[in-house]
Design a protein. Sequence first.
Lengths: 222, 253
Amino acid sequence: MSYDWTWSVVPRALPALLKGLQLTLLITVAVVALGFLLAIFVAAGRLARSPFINKPVAAYIEFFRGTPALVQLVWVYYCLPIVLGLELPSVASIVLALTLNVAAFYAESIRAGIQAVPRDQSESADILGLSYVDKMRFVILPQAFRIIIPVVLSQSISLFKDTALVSTLGVADLMYQARVVATETYRPMEILTFAAMIYFVLAFPCTIATRLLELRLARARH
Amino acid sequence: MISARRLQKRFGTLEVLRDVSLEVQAGEVVVIIGPSGSGKSTLLRCLIGLETPESGEVHIDGRLFFQRDGRERGPLRRTAEFRRIQRTMGMVFQQFSLFPHLTVLRNVMLAPIRALSVSEAVARARADALLAKVGLADKALAYPEKLSGGQKQRVAIARALALEPKIMLFDEVTSALDPELIHEVLSVMRGLANDGMTMVVVTHEMGFAHKVADRVVFMDAGAIVEEGPPGTIFGGARETRTRSFIEKVLTHI
């Protein structure tokens, strides 16, 4: 009852898989960059005093954290074009959906990081006459980012793996290509295992690096 | 220099300040003593605008800083005028509150550069002079984590002085220090007092109060019980509460 692995299919499948990996990485990088940028504003909105700002922002965050990413992807992909009456290219729509998703998570991390900076730091900045912007720029954010960076990195690694969800929408990422090649070669065991290894080989060193960075930052703090 | 009248402050149902008034003349050193929870720190925090009293008024250096009786007057928080008045005071906390991600030098230079728009070179020269004054010229490039508690506190004093305040407020600045480090901070404070700085000092250091204060204020349960020259307060206080507090503090050894 042992399976007869035929790894020789892998070299033939490699070009297609690498092409898929390229798109996976492209999506990841785009979503991380756009998501983080958006998250800075979302976090600022979440911390705003006015309930007209912080309540809707909180609702956005909770909605995207409280629904499955796959549902969000499908909704943006199929429903949004109908609601808005405009057709988005498929990569654009999945980047939009994933950005909205990941920004909600990043924003909560940023908010938590800002709030983790001790209150006396903010008070000291106040009585030293710093403006709100200067206080954020020179005192609060530099300390908050040290707290946030490891969390944001590990959320980004999760995102890299979660991009496999887009394969269900016919976007030709690594997972999609693996499924196509698996069907073509009748070797799903080898191809899917190999695809998993590609994800792992890329994600694992990043996880290790994040952990090391986290230790270094923890030591750098007092 | 400081005129605080009829300050009332409560946290929830707890009355922290009941009708507290305090006048401080230019160049005067006022030491506030009293048991924990008597409202000493809250008073300082109200004077510098970190807390907002429910009622009362505060004038700093002849300018209205805060006033409230029913409605609020005086410069509102976050306005330029509020910050300008706030900047005439420096404050040092029990927990040092240095910026851990900046060097000692940068801690001292940040506020003059950003808040007073002083040039980098001028701020640098001023910071060097202040660090020399508190005896830490050789620590300019160190990060706060490398310093002892006494050194941190002296940097905090230098940082506050960098804005050239007219008034310095000290909130139990030696309470978190190891006993052998206390005197290095107190001697810096004593130097400031000798230079004529207006100071309000909340402390449990009765020796400092006795030797350096022009006036000692005893607070208990959110009110000023008694005030007077150190000789009177320590020698023959009028109120029994004052006498029993001083007795307890002085005989705990």
